[in-house]
Design a protein around this ligand. Structure first.
Ligand code: FES
Ligand code: FES
Length: 200
């Protein structure tokens, strides 16, 4: 065998080894990638609970400290409920619990078992908007829209509470819902419209 032939064989052998190494490395990398089907890592303190959200029951496995807001957004992928301050100051996370408005960022998910939770996704009746949603659209009660789900959930509950008796009362009872865009006059007008439609 000529020296040239030996050198060529060595080159091909080294190339094959390198290619094999790349393939093996790729396989290892793929094996290490988390798959989307993998569930949460279970720790001894985790709880199995059921939440009834928008008329449907959902089994969940969560940490005891999981807030309702995180359970909705991260476990159930109901991202219509927004996270603003995450400390009870802005109202972006407002949902209904047995018909009452609450800040879901301040509420433990495990405490909501056996109660009816309604989020912005469950407010409309099929293709028909809830009157408060329709009023917000009619009055441009939003700009960026980030606070809007919380505003609408809070406003719908406020009308049910019978407290929206004047513009001042609406402003007072909606004061827990902040709007950085300053859409307040339109929000008050929307609530007035939804109230009047409810009366007629
Ligand atoms: S996110 Fe809950 S009050 Fe701000
Ligand atoms: S519409 Fe932008 S924060 Fe309210």
């Amino acid at each position: 065998m000529s020296e040239l032939e030996v050198t060529r064989r060595r080159f091909l052998g080294a190339s094959a080894a390198t290619a094999g190494g790349v393939v093996a490395a790729n396989k290892l990398a793929r094996a290490a990638e988390p798959t989307s089907a993998a569930g949460p890592v279970r720790t001894p303190e985790m709880l199995d609970i059921r939440l009834e959200v928008n008329g449907r029951r959902h089994p969940l496995t969560i940490e005891p400290r999981t807030t309702l807001l995180n359970a909705l957004r991260e476990n159930l992928e109901l991202t219509g409920t927004k996270k603003g301050c995450d400390r009870g100051s802005c109202g972006a996370c407002t949902v209904h619990l047995d018909g009452r408005r609450i800040n879901s960022c301040l509420t433990l998910a495990a405490r909501c078992q056996g109660k009816a939770i309604t989020t912005i996704e469950g407010l409309a009746r099929g293709a028909e908007l809830h009157p408060m949603q329709a009023a917000f659209v009619a009055h441009d009660g939003f700009q960026c829209g980030y606070c809007t789900p919380g505003q609408i959930m809070s406003a719908a509950a406020l009308v049910e509470e019978g407290r929206a008796v004047s513009d001042d009362a609406i402003r007072e009872w909606m004061s827990g819902n902040l709007c950085r865009c300053g859409a307040y006059p339109n929000i008050v007008a929307a609530i007035q419209q939804a109230m009047e439609r409810g009366r007629s």
